[in-house]
Design a protein around this ligand. Structure first.
Ligand SMILES: N[C@@H](CCC(=O)N[C@@H](CS)C(=O)NCC(=O)O)C(=O)O
Length: 418
């Protein structure tokens, strides 16, 4: 069993250890790890808030073709994060089944925790860094030569002091605060984390009532770091981590702020609620021994109008919104118009889902009548999946979302074999 990179001490307090591998990839040809497009692979779990920061920053800066992406199964096993979503259970670029293999290639006798996000040097197969605190900043400051045209400045020099200050407070009380509450093993430690979390959220609620973003009038690193915790709040932290004074959706400014970001290109496509829920509820058996994943909450509110445009602000500053994600990197099934993938499902009622954008196929068996052959279906809104054939119009998006557990790679015009 691989050791965790966090622990709860004898007093019941949760501690997150520093990342062991903190090398940096630098815009310097003589550096040990120089910026070089195509050389590095970013490995993430879509469930992980620290990894999701990297997904958003990479998308907003347009670094998808410079730094490729590997996505792990949301459920770790005793060897930690694994590539079981890929054909043969092996990452197609790194040729390994576990991200731990890259850690051991870097340091054969390494005994510490294995975590995502992780960046791997493709030619040598060695881990470069798992230092999530620095990684996003380096995408902004070291990879500038490969930013897309119109990339926003997420870490503007003139605002760094303010960003750093807010990021530190948000880290202590919110990003890591939810973990401190969730993994506390003593009442007083939990109480303290809970209190600090909601005091901070109250202050953020106040700050965001009159301003669209945390710092200045554009999206910065500070917003990305707050967002990845907020987007998990009602689905996971409120129940699983006992952060339940109120839900995010009961804090009007924060909830509208989170929806605003969620609906912004580059954010929305990185959010996979299915991975998020299954990871937390199924992996943390110490706090959820039954491994039951709750069916709620209703997530459809994320797509409702947020009204934040009224506060002004220029989301991308002098830049522009990113184009749609590359094939295979649109992870958000909840988003209206999102292409589903061909696949198999063990979910009663849904055997496979797939199709080209705008035209989806959904084969429904199991508990329901299947009148022989695929039924065309498409997601046209959050809510029911509309199916063209009679008899299928009661399949709801929840079923199709869960069908994604076993969904195969995105269909790229290949005839579907149901
Ligand atoms: N690398 C970081 C943070 C990243 C992190 O905690 N990632 C989680 C997923 S959200 C992880 O990989 N955990 C693995 C584990 O704790 O065994 C750290 O050392 O604290």
């Amino acid at each position: 069993m691989v050791e965790n990179n966090h622990s709860t001490d004898a007093s019941g307090e949760f501690h997150r250890s520093r990342s062991h591998f903190d090398d940096r990839i630098l815009a310097d040809a003589d550096a040990r790890w120089p910026v070089e497009p195509g050389r590095y692979r970013l490995v993430v779990s879509l469930a992980c808030p620290w990894a999701s920061r990297m997904l958003v920053v990479r998308r907003l800066l347009g670094l998808e073709s410079a730094i490729s992406l590997g996505v792990t199964d949301p459920i770790q096993d005793e060897r930690s994060w694994r590539f079981t979503l890929d054909p043969g259970g092996v990452d197609p670029v790194l040729g390994i089944g576990f991200i731990g293999d890259a850690y051991y290639a870097r340091e054969a006798d390494y005994t510490g925790g294995i975590s995502v996000p992780a960046i791997v040097d493709i030619p040598s197969g060695r881990l470069v860094t798992n230092d999530y605190l620095q990684m996003t900043l380096d995408l902004s400051t070291q990879w500038t030569a490969y930013h897309r045209e119109g990339a926003p400045d997420l870490y503007p020099e003139h605002a760094r002091a303010e960003i750093d200050e807010i990021v530190e407070a948000v880290f202590q009380d919110v990003n890591n605060g939810v973990y401190r509450a969730g993994f506390a093993a003593a009442q007083d430690k939990y109480d303290r984390a809970y209190t600090a979390l909601f005091e901070r959220l109250d202050r953020l609620e106040e700050r965001l009532a009159t301003r669209r973003y945390l710092v200045g009038d554009t999206i910065t690193e500070a917003d990305i770091r707050l967002f990845t915790t907020l987007v998990r709040f009602d689905a996971v932290y409120h129940g699983h981590f006992k952060c339940n004074r109120n839900k995010l959706s009961e804090m009007p400014a924060l909830w509208a702020y989170a929806r605003d970001l969620y609906q912004t290109p580059g954010f929305t496509d990185t959010v996979d609620f299915d991975h998020i829920k299954r990871h937390y509820y199924q992996v943390h058996t110490d706090i959820n021994p039954t491994r039951i994943v709750p069916l709620g909450p209703d997530l459809s509110g994320w797509n409702t109008p947020h009204g934040r445009e009224e506060l002004g602000g220029r989301p991308f500053g002098d830049g522009t919104a990113p184009p749609p994600p590359p094939t295979g990197e649109d992870f958000n099934v909840l988003r209206p118009g999102r292409a589903l993938s061909v696949g198999e499902s063990d979910r009663p009622g849904v055997d496979a889902v797939g199709g080209d954008p705008g035209q989806f196929q959904c084969v429904v068996h199991g508990g329901q009548e299947c009148p022989g052959g695929p039924a065309p279906a498409f997601v046209d809104s959050v809510g029911p999946v509309l199916l063209d054939q009679a008899g299928f119009d009661n399949v709801d998006l929840g079923d199709v979302l869960s069908a994604r557990d076993l969904v195969a790679p995105v269909n790229q015009g290949v005839p579907m074999d149901f």
